[in-house]
Design a protein around this ligand. Structure first.
Ligand code: ADP
Ligand code: MG
Length: 714
């Protein structure tokens, strides 16, 4: 787990293991540590990004622009040309054709070395120059002996990494390969043990660990490059499987340990009247609506968990707008009824405030005390909040990460609820549990996410959690009509926005992040804002973007919520979960560049009130096949689970299951999207190992996770 690893100083003993390699001193060991390399073996899991074929010489006559190849030829002429800039041109001929080597940076010695009549062997990318084929800045060497050996396997190109050069990395990896795989050992005393039983590998048609590693670092000349670059070679799959397995096993271990922990069994004292002390019941009675069947089921399961004497660890999944908040509130009130405090945390101030306001409305009539904590709360107010929390006067605490700061002391924290959990990784999840821990007692934990996670993924990568799903939407919701339009029709859309706003409706106009540049992103939104301000005279247009301060953003969201702003131009900062029921129009610019998950999240901002809502996907043509398919999916369905599944299949740039979205761990080899096909199988393998090979379980976890952040330390 990279983040944790970054902060940890490198233990001396681990550095020592690395410095055993030639050329590695403490400084390099330190740098390698930043790449999660702590022991020589770890180097083998830095896999090449691509390969170059330097195993044979290609005749110049057979080359085409764009080819990368080794050529060998005789130098005919070397001269310095001054065409715009000083250039060294070296003309070579191999009997089949001539080619020019071109250098913009060169030394006198280099120039003299490339003398007429010498033989040169070089590698580089061929392009079409002004005088026929050329290679700019080839790698080259002069050859005296025509039988000088070529590479006997493909040349790996490693990801360029901060402070560790390609050649250096290749050299270190070669040292470890020679050491570990030099002989035909299947395992060594150095801990490079193949933990997966042979029978299992045979079943799956997968290579052994040694075979896989050797193949990936030194593939034979005839290796299937297309398969390798797609990450689908059995050697890659073998490693990916082991890595995912390692994470899955460690999650199961967390779970097992959690089962040994204790928690307050939340039982509600009986009273004379039916709902006397039962605040949950009172809340449900006071609501202006009744829970949907799925909400009801989720709540039942949660209440049953809370009644147990060991900590609940539950994930509540449900698409935006399905009504998770009221379920959370009902659970929190159950804790309060049983004499505990409950805390509800949201990832942003805006979302936390929205929860606070909703809860406040629900709690007031029940006489339950709520405390608010956020990073921006200062001085006297903050101290008051701290005091109320410590004394137990505050029964439900709502806020941002601030609720977990060391300074906050709870009197009797029984339940932790985290909203929009996809922004939190396993580590955060675990550290939350530690707040309010005493001895073997931990608070119950409920995490909520609007990101639909396909079942196999949830079972594999959230194996530490039980999962509840709300699929049903509250009644009366109208489907959001979705249309895709080329951006040449922007004018029509503006007309439509004007009409809607005149009738008291509100619109979002979203300009997505383009090219990962906050500056461009901002300019784009700003020019749209200017355009709309012009085009919509008399209608109040606002602009919200990622560079604003939190309080500025909040002001704008509030103004939009209150109707003081009717059209809100936004970069993608508009937060997941923000609720403005009057917003009925969502216009998304450059929708062709966005992934399904993000489109779905954005669309979920509208359709929250009684009015019919529309989502307009503006795109700039021509559309790629993938983009066409994505926009098609958006038009056809509003079901987040269907969309998540599609996203998995299309693997578009949105990556519904990408790290950012799900808070899933950063992996070294595996890619949960690309390797999704492995997931169903991994649970079986885990089961088998836990039953028959407990050593392997420890070994695998140690190899992939052990060094970088203690995982299961609950
Ligand atoms: P999310 O699951 O995205 O957090 P919210 O909890 O914000 O959804 O709920 C969305 C809206 O639906 C809120 O205004 C909420 O009060 C309302 N709501 C929740 N449950 C129901 C229900 N069973 N019937 C009608 N409206 C509901
Ligand atoms: Mg929500």
């Amino acid at each position: 787990m990279t983040q944790a690893a970054h902060k940890k100083p490198l233990p001396v003993s681990k550095q020592a293991a690395l410095t055993r390699l030639r050329g590695v001193g403490p400084a390099l060991a330190e740098k390698l540590g930043r790449l999660n390399v702590y022991k020589p073996e770890d180097l083998l899991f830095i896999l090449p990004l691509r390969y170059e074929d330097r195993t044979h010489i290609t005749p110049i006559g057979a080359l085409r622009p764009g080819d990368r190849a080794v050529i060998e030829a005789e130098i005919e002429l070397t001269e310095v040309a001054y065409r715009g800039r000083r250039t060294l041109m070296c003309r070579i001929f191999d009997g089949s054709a001539a080619l020019t080597l071109r250098f913009f940076y060169f030394s006198r010695a280099q120039q003299q070395g490339l003398a007429r009549g010498k033989r040169v062997r070089c590698y580089g990318e061929v392009r079409k120059g002004s005088a026929g084929l050329e290679i700019v800045h080839p790698e080259y060497r002069l050859i005296t002996d025509a039988s000088a050996p070529l590479a006997d396997h493909l040349t790996p190109i490693y990801p360029s990494t901060e402070g560790v050069q390609q050649g250096r990395l290749r050299n270190l990896i070669n040292q470890v390969l020679d050491e570990q795989l030099g002989s035909n050992k299947t395992s060594t005393a150095n801990g490079f043990t193949d933990w997966l039983p042979a029978s299992l590998l045979q079943d799956q048609n997968l290579p052994t660990l040694q075979e896989a590693v050797r193949y990936l670092h030194r593939p034979p000349a005839n290796a299937k490059l297309a398969e390798l670059s797609a990450g689908r070679h059995p050697a890659q799959q073998r490693l990916a499987m082991e890595e995912i397995l390692a994470h899955h096993l460690s999650l199961r271990q967390i779970r097992q340990r959690a089962e040994r922990l204790k928690a307050g069994a939340m039982l509600i004292p009986k009273s004379n009247n039916n709902s006397g002390n039962n605040l949950t019941k009172q809340l449900l009675n006071n609501l202006t609506f009744t829970l949907t069947g799925d909400q009801h089921k989720a709540l039942e399961v949660i209440l049953a968990d809370l009644a147990k004497a060991h900590p609940m660890m539950r994930l509540l999944q449900g698409d935006v707008g399905c009504g998770k908040t009221v379920v959370a509130a009902a659970a929190a009130l159950h804790a309060v009824s049983a004499g505990y405090q409950a805390v509800i945390m949201a990832p942003t101030e805006l979302l936390a405030e929205q929860h606070r306001d909703n809860l406040q409305n629900w709690l007031k009539p029940l006489g339950v005390e709520l405390a608010w904590l956020s990073g921006t709360l200062k001085g006297k107010q903050r101290n008051q909040a701290y005091a109320a929390i410590a004394s137990g006067e505050a029964q439900i605490i709502v806020g941002t990460h601030a609720v977990f700061q060391a300074a906050v002391e709870y009197q009797q924290l029984g339940l932790v609820i985290v909203d929009e959990q996809h922004r939190f990784g396993v580590h955060q999840r675990l550290s939350l549990m530690e707040k309010g821990a005493s001895g073997v007692h931990r608070p119950h934990q409920l995490v909520m996410t609007a990101t639909p996670i396909p079942r196999t993924l949830a079972m594999t990568m959230y194996a530490d959690l039980d999962v509840s799903v709300i699929r049903e939407m509250p009644p009366g919701r109208q489907a959001i009509q979705t249309v895709a339009l080329p951006d040449t029709r922007r004018g029509d859309v503006v007309t439509r926005v004007r009409a809607a706003c005149t009738q008291g409706q509100r619109a979002y106009w979203v300009c997505p992040l383009i090219g990962e540049s906050e500056v461009l992103d901002f300019q784009d939104a700003e020019s749209t804002f200017t355009m709309l301000t012009e085009a919509l005279k008399g209608i109040r247009v606002g602009l919200i973007h990622g560079r604003m301060r939190t309080d500025e953003k909040e002001q704008l969201m509030k103004a939009f919520s209150a109707g003081d702003i009717q059209v809100l131009v936004a970069t993608t900062v508009i937060e997941v979960g923000v609720d403005v029921p009057e917003a009925t129009l969502m216009i998304i610019e450059n929708s062709e560049r966005m992934g399904l998950a993000q489109l779905h999240q954005l669309r979920g901002r509208v359709g929250r009130g009684a009015e019919k809502s529309t989502c307009v996907l503006l795109y700039r043509g021509p559309l790629s096949n993938d983009a066409t398919e994505r926009l098609g999916v958006m038009r056809e369905t509003g079901d987040g689970f269907v969309i998540a599944q599609k996203d998995l299949e299309l693997r578009g740039p949105g990556e519904v299951l990408g790290k950012r979205q799900t808070g899933l761990m950063q992996m070294r080899v595996a890619d949960l999207i690309r390797d999704a096909g492995l997931l169903p199988h991994i649970q079986d393998v885990a089961q088998q190992l836990l039953r028959d090979h407990p050593d392997a379980v420890t070994g695998i976890m140690h190899r992939w996770i052990g060094t970088a952040g203690e995982y299961g330390n609950v």
